[in-house]
Design a protein around this ligand. Structure first.
Ligand code: SER
Length: 314
Protein backbone atom coordinates (compact mmCIF):
# COMPACT_ATOMS: atom_id res chain seq x y z
CA UNK A 1 0.00 0.00 0.00
CA UNK A 2 1.93 3.03 -1.31
CA UNK A 3 -0.33 4.97 -3.72
CA UNK A 4 -3.91 4.93 -2.50
CA UNK A 5 -7.08 6.14 -4.22
CA UNK A 6 -10.17 6.65 -2.05
CA UNK A 7 -13.79 6.96 -3.23
CA UNK A 8 -16.34 8.71 -1.03
CA UNK A 9 -13.46 10.70 0.47
CA UNK A 10 -15.73 13.42 1.84
CA UNK A 11 -17.99 10.94 3.65
CA UNK A 12 -18.07 9.94 7.30
CA UNK A 13 -15.23 7.40 7.09
CA UNK A 14 -13.53 8.74 3.96
CA UNK A 15 -12.75 12.19 5.33
CA UNK A 16 -10.85 10.93 8.36
CA UNK A 17 -9.35 8.02 6.48
CA UNK A 18 -7.88 10.46 3.94
CA UNK A 19 -6.25 12.52 6.70
CA UNK A 20 -4.85 9.46 8.47
CA UNK A 21 -3.50 7.82 5.31
CA UNK A 22 -1.87 11.10 4.26
CA UNK A 23 -0.10 11.28 7.63
CA UNK A 24 1.27 7.76 7.23
CA UNK A 25 1.87 7.36 3.50
CA UNK A 26 2.47 11.00 2.48
CA UNK A 27 -0.09 13.57 1.30
CA UNK A 28 0.87 13.20 -2.36
CA UNK A 29 0.31 9.43 -2.24
CA UNK A 30 -3.40 9.60 -1.40
CA UNK A 31 -5.91 10.61 -4.08
CA UNK A 32 -9.20 11.72 -2.51
CA UNK A 33 -12.20 11.35 -4.83
CA UNK A 34 -15.82 12.19 -4.13
CA UNK A 35 -18.95 13.12 -6.05
CA UNK A 36 -18.63 16.60 -4.48
CA UNK A 37 -15.57 18.77 -5.12
CA UNK A 38 -13.15 18.95 -2.18
CA UNK A 39 -12.55 22.40 -0.76
CA UNK A 40 -9.13 22.99 0.74
CA UNK A 41 -7.92 19.43 0.19
CA UNK A 42 -4.53 18.69 1.75
CA UNK A 43 -3.43 16.58 -1.23
CA UNK A 44 -4.51 15.41 -4.69
CA UNK A 45 -8.26 15.23 -5.21
CA UNK A 46 -10.75 14.68 -8.03
CA UNK A 47 -14.49 14.65 -8.58
CA UNK A 48 -15.75 11.12 -9.24
CA UNK A 49 -19.23 9.66 -9.53
CA UNK A 50 -18.54 5.99 -8.75
CA UNK A 51 -21.11 4.86 -11.31
CA UNK A 52 -18.73 6.23 -14.00
CA UNK A 53 -16.54 3.17 -14.57
CA UNK A 54 -14.28 4.72 -17.20
CA UNK A 55 -13.46 7.78 -15.13
CA UNK A 56 -12.71 5.63 -12.08
CA UNK A 57 -10.33 3.49 -14.12
CA UNK A 58 -8.64 6.53 -15.70
CA UNK A 59 -8.15 8.34 -12.38
CA UNK A 60 -6.61 5.26 -10.75
CA UNK A 61 -4.37 4.62 -13.75
CA UNK A 62 -3.17 8.22 -14.14
CA UNK A 63 -2.46 8.45 -10.41
CA UNK A 64 -0.47 5.21 -10.53
CA UNK A 65 -2.53 3.77 -7.67
CA UNK A 66 -1.59 0.42 -6.15
CA UNK A 67 -4.56 0.41 -3.73
CA UNK A 68 -8.24 1.33 -4.02
CA UNK A 69 -10.35 2.02 -0.93
CA UNK A 70 -13.98 2.13 -1.96
CA UNK A 71 -15.99 4.02 0.65
CA UNK A 72 -18.77 5.65 -1.43
CA UNK A 73 -22.20 4.27 -0.49
CA UNK A 74 -25.67 5.19 0.72
CA UNK A 75 -26.32 4.19 4.35
CA UNK A 76 -29.20 2.09 5.66
CA UNK A 77 -31.98 4.62 6.31
CA UNK A 78 -31.43 6.53 3.05
CA UNK A 79 -31.29 3.23 1.17
CA UNK A 80 -34.72 2.35 2.60
CA UNK A 81 -36.07 5.68 1.32
CA UNK A 82 -34.51 5.26 -2.13
CA UNK A 83 -34.01 1.53 -2.69
CA UNK A 84 -33.40 1.65 -6.43
CA UNK A 85 -30.88 4.47 -6.13
CA UNK A 86 -29.17 2.48 -3.36
CA UNK A 87 -28.96 -0.61 -5.56
CA UNK A 88 -27.54 1.36 -8.49
CA UNK A 89 -25.05 3.34 -6.43
CA UNK A 90 -23.98 0.71 -3.90
CA UNK A 91 -23.73 -2.20 -6.32
CA UNK A 92 -22.79 -0.23 -9.45
CA UNK A 93 -20.05 1.63 -7.59
CA UNK A 94 -18.69 -1.57 -6.06
CA UNK A 95 -18.53 -3.53 -9.29
CA UNK A 96 -16.77 -0.60 -11.00
CA UNK A 97 -14.25 -0.42 -8.16
CA UNK A 98 -13.63 -4.17 -8.32
CA UNK A 99 -13.23 -4.03 -12.10
CA UNK A 100 -10.77 -1.14 -11.83
CA UNK A 101 -8.82 -3.19 -9.26
CA UNK A 102 -8.82 -6.25 -11.50
CA UNK A 103 -7.74 -4.31 -14.59
CA UNK A 104 -4.95 -2.42 -12.81
CA UNK A 105 -3.90 -5.08 -10.26
CA UNK A 106 -4.82 -2.98 -7.20
CA UNK A 107 -5.15 -4.08 -3.60
CA UNK A 108 -8.78 -3.43 -2.63
CA UNK A 109 -10.71 -2.49 0.51
CA UNK A 110 -14.41 -1.88 1.03
CA UNK A 111 -16.48 -1.92 4.22
CA UNK A 112 -19.43 -4.20 4.80
CA UNK A 113 -21.61 -3.67 7.86
CA UNK A 114 -23.61 -5.21 10.70
CA UNK A 115 -26.42 -4.39 8.26
CA UNK A 116 -25.44 -7.53 6.34
CA UNK A 117 -27.21 -9.53 9.07
CA UNK A 118 -30.96 -9.99 9.43
CA UNK A 119 -33.66 -11.11 11.87
CA UNK A 120 -32.82 -14.81 11.48
CA UNK A 121 -29.12 -14.23 12.34
CA UNK A 122 -28.16 -15.20 15.93
CA UNK A 123 -28.46 -11.90 17.84
CA UNK A 124 -25.80 -12.45 20.48
CA UNK A 125 -22.14 -13.13 19.88
CA UNK A 126 -23.05 -13.27 16.18
CA UNK A 127 -20.52 -15.62 14.53
CA UNK A 128 -18.26 -14.62 11.64
CA UNK A 129 -19.86 -17.24 9.42
CA UNK A 130 -23.61 -17.44 9.98
CA UNK A 131 -27.07 -16.95 8.46
CA UNK A 132 -27.33 -13.71 6.47
CA UNK A 133 -30.85 -12.95 5.31
CA UNK A 134 -31.09 -9.15 5.75
CA UNK A 135 -34.45 -7.46 5.24
CA UNK A 136 -33.17 -4.01 4.15
CA UNK A 137 -31.93 -2.84 0.75
CA UNK A 138 -28.68 -1.76 2.42
CA UNK A 139 -28.27 -5.26 3.85
CA UNK A 140 -28.99 -6.87 0.49
CA UNK A 141 -26.30 -4.63 -1.04
CA UNK A 142 -23.82 -5.51 1.70
CA UNK A 143 -24.29 -9.28 1.47
CA UNK A 144 -24.06 -9.16 -2.33
CA UNK A 145 -20.96 -6.97 -1.94
CA UNK A 146 -19.29 -9.40 0.47
CA UNK A 147 -19.89 -12.24 -1.98
CA UNK A 148 -18.70 -10.17 -4.94
CA UNK A 149 -15.44 -9.30 -3.15
CA UNK A 150 -14.87 -13.00 -2.36
CA UNK A 151 -15.63 -13.81 -6.00
CA UNK A 152 -13.11 -11.29 -7.35
CA UNK A 153 -10.45 -12.84 -5.15
CA UNK A 154 -11.29 -16.46 -5.99
CA UNK A 155 -11.94 -15.93 -9.70
CA UNK A 156 -9.47 -13.18 -10.63
CA UNK A 157 -6.97 -13.12 -7.75
CA UNK A 158 -7.79 -9.51 -6.79
CA UNK A 159 -6.40 -8.86 -3.29
CA UNK A 160 -9.79 -7.89 -1.80
CA UNK A 161 -10.15 -7.18 1.92
CA UNK A 162 -12.94 -5.84 4.12
CA UNK A 163 -14.62 -5.64 7.51
CA UNK A 164 -18.20 -5.53 8.75
CA UNK A 165 -18.27 -2.21 10.56
CA UNK A 166 -20.68 -1.52 13.40
CA UNK A 167 -22.05 2.00 13.95
CA UNK A 168 -19.10 4.37 13.74
CA UNK A 169 -18.88 7.38 16.02
CA UNK A 170 -16.71 10.38 15.25
CA UNK A 171 -16.41 14.07 16.00
CA UNK A 172 -15.20 15.17 12.57
CA UNK A 173 -17.63 14.44 9.73
CA UNK A 174 -21.21 13.68 10.75
CA UNK A 175 -22.76 10.53 9.29
CA UNK A 176 -25.82 10.85 7.11
CA UNK A 177 -28.76 8.54 6.66
CA UNK A 178 -27.64 5.71 8.94
CA UNK A 179 -29.55 3.87 11.65
CA UNK A 180 -26.73 4.12 14.19
CA UNK A 181 -26.39 7.92 13.74
CA UNK A 182 -28.26 8.55 17.00
CA UNK A 183 -25.10 7.58 18.86
CA UNK A 184 -23.30 10.49 17.16
CA UNK A 185 -26.15 13.04 17.35
CA UNK A 186 -26.56 12.43 21.07
CA UNK A 187 -23.10 13.91 21.81
CA UNK A 188 -23.74 17.05 19.72
CA UNK A 189 -27.11 17.60 21.42
CA UNK A 190 -25.65 16.85 24.85
CA UNK A 191 -23.24 19.75 24.45
CA UNK A 192 -25.66 22.11 22.73
CA UNK A 193 -28.86 21.42 24.69
CA UNK A 194 -28.00 19.04 27.54
CA UNK A 195 -30.80 16.80 26.24
CA UNK A 196 -31.55 14.41 23.40
CA UNK A 197 -34.67 12.87 21.87
CA UNK A 198 -33.74 9.42 20.57
CA UNK A 199 -35.36 7.86 17.51
CA UNK A 200 -34.05 4.48 18.71
CA UNK A 201 -35.91 2.90 21.65
CA UNK A 202 -34.48 2.12 25.09
CA UNK A 203 -33.24 -1.46 25.27
CA UNK A 204 -32.12 -1.57 21.62
CA UNK A 205 -28.54 -2.79 21.55
CA UNK A 206 -26.26 -2.24 18.56
CA UNK A 207 -22.53 -2.65 18.05
CA UNK A 208 -20.47 0.54 17.87
CA UNK A 209 -16.85 1.63 17.47
CA UNK A 210 -14.95 4.91 17.78
CA UNK A 211 -13.54 6.22 14.50
CA UNK A 212 -9.83 6.10 15.50
CA UNK A 213 -10.22 2.35 16.11
CA UNK A 214 -12.05 1.92 12.80
CA UNK A 215 -9.28 3.65 10.85
CA UNK A 216 -6.60 1.61 12.59
CA UNK A 217 -8.52 -1.58 11.76
CA UNK A 218 -8.56 -0.71 8.06
CA UNK A 219 -4.81 -0.08 8.02
CA UNK A 220 -3.96 -3.18 10.09
CA UNK A 221 -6.03 -5.43 7.83
CA UNK A 222 -4.53 -3.94 4.65
CA UNK A 223 -0.96 -4.30 5.96
CA UNK A 224 -1.38 -7.95 7.00
CA UNK A 225 0.42 -10.58 4.90
CA UNK A 226 -2.14 -12.16 2.58
CA UNK A 227 -1.15 -15.69 3.60
CA UNK A 228 -2.35 -15.02 7.19
CA UNK A 229 -5.91 -14.35 6.01
CA UNK A 230 -8.51 -17.07 5.86
CA UNK A 231 -11.56 -14.85 5.42
CA UNK A 232 -10.21 -11.75 3.57
CA UNK A 233 -13.57 -9.94 3.37
CA UNK A 234 -16.30 -8.98 5.80
CA UNK A 235 -14.48 -9.57 9.11
CA UNK A 236 -16.76 -8.86 12.08
CA UNK A 237 -15.27 -5.92 14.04
CA UNK A 238 -16.70 -3.99 16.98
CA UNK A 239 -15.59 -2.29 20.18
CA UNK A 240 -18.76 -2.12 22.27
CA UNK A 241 -22.49 -2.72 22.33
CA UNK A 242 -24.91 -0.39 24.13
CA UNK A 243 -28.48 0.89 24.16
CA UNK A 244 -29.52 4.56 24.39
CA UNK A 245 -29.80 4.39 28.21
CA UNK A 246 -26.20 3.26 28.55
CA UNK A 247 -24.74 5.97 26.32
CA UNK A 248 -26.82 8.52 28.27
CA UNK A 249 -25.42 7.17 31.56
CA UNK A 250 -21.90 7.52 30.17
CA UNK A 251 -22.63 11.15 29.16
CA UNK A 252 -24.04 11.88 32.65
CA UNK A 253 -20.61 11.13 34.15
CA UNK A 254 -19.61 14.47 32.54
CA UNK A 255 -22.99 16.27 32.29
CA UNK A 256 -24.99 15.07 35.32
CA UNK A 257 -28.22 16.81 34.27
CA UNK A 258 -28.30 15.37 30.76
CA UNK A 259 -31.88 14.38 29.81
CA UNK A 260 -32.83 11.59 27.42
CA UNK A 261 -36.31 11.05 26.02
CA UNK A 262 -37.73 9.16 23.05
CA UNK A 263 -39.65 9.72 19.81
CA UNK A 264 -39.07 6.37 18.15
CA UNK A 265 -38.88 6.33 14.34
CA UNK A 266 -40.52 3.07 13.19
CA UNK A 267 -38.35 2.76 10.06
CA UNK A 268 -34.99 3.08 11.77
CA UNK A 269 -36.22 1.12 14.81
CA UNK A 270 -37.26 -1.68 12.46
CA UNK A 271 -33.82 -1.69 10.87
CA UNK A 272 -32.10 -1.72 14.28
CA UNK A 273 -34.31 -4.58 15.48
CA UNK A 274 -33.26 -6.66 12.48
CA UNK A 275 -29.55 -6.31 13.34
CA UNK A 276 -27.47 -8.21 15.93
CA UNK A 277 -27.07 -6.99 19.52
CA UNK A 278 -23.37 -7.86 19.57
CA UNK A 279 -21.05 -9.62 17.16
CA UNK A 280 -18.09 -11.94 17.67
CA UNK A 281 -14.70 -10.59 16.52
CA UNK A 282 -12.59 -13.72 17.05
CA UNK A 283 -11.73 -14.20 13.37
CA UNK A 284 -10.45 -10.61 13.00
CA UNK A 285 -8.42 -10.95 16.20
CA UNK A 286 -6.92 -14.29 15.23
CA UNK A 287 -6.19 -13.60 11.57
CA UNK A 288 -4.85 -10.04 11.68
CA UNK A 289 -4.65 -8.95 15.31
CA UNK A 290 -7.74 -6.71 15.44
CA UNK A 291 -7.86 -4.65 18.63
CA UNK A 292 -9.48 -1.46 19.91
CA UNK A 293 -8.40 1.29 22.29
CA UNK A 294 -11.75 2.89 23.18
CA UNK A 295 -14.60 1.52 25.29
CA UNK A 296 -17.83 3.51 25.84
CA UNK A 297 -16.53 5.72 28.65
CA UNK A 298 -13.20 6.47 26.95
CA UNK A 299 -15.04 7.35 23.75
CA UNK A 300 -17.55 9.56 25.61
CA UNK A 301 -14.76 11.50 27.35
CA UNK A 302 -12.95 12.10 24.06
CA UNK A 303 -16.11 12.93 22.07
CA UNK A 304 -17.34 15.48 24.61
CA UNK A 305 -13.95 17.16 24.89
CA UNK A 306 -13.36 17.36 21.12
CA UNK A 307 -16.92 18.45 20.32
CA UNK A 308 -16.89 21.13 23.01
CA UNK A 309 -13.81 22.68 21.38
CA UNK A 310 -15.24 22.27 17.91
CA UNK A 311 -18.64 23.78 18.72
CA UNK A 312 -17.13 26.63 20.76
CA UNK A 313 -14.87 27.58 17.87
CA UNK A 314 -17.57 27.17 15.21
N1 SER B 1 -23.83 2.90 10.39
C1 SER B 1 -24.49 2.22 9.32
C2 SER B 1 -25.92 2.55 9.25
O1 SER B 1 -26.49 2.82 10.28
C3 SER B 1 -24.34 0.74 9.51
O2 SER B 1 -23.50 0.24 8.57
O3 SER B 1 -26.48 2.52 8.20
Amino acid sequence: MKRIMITGALGQIGSELTTKLREIYGADNVLATDIRPASGSTGPSAVLDVTDAQKMHDLAKDFGADTLMHMAALLSATAEEKPLLAWNLNMGGLVNALETSRELGLQFFTPSSIGAFGPSTPKNNTPQDTLQRPTTMYGVNKVAGELLCDYYFERFGVDTRGVRFPGLISNVTPPGGGTTDYAVDIYYQAIEQNSYTSYIAAGTYMDMMYMPDALQAIIDLMETDADQLIHRNAFNVTAMSFDPEQIAASIRKHLPDFQLDYAVDPVRQGIADSWPDNIDVTAARDEWGFKTAYDLDAMTADMLEKLKNKLQNA
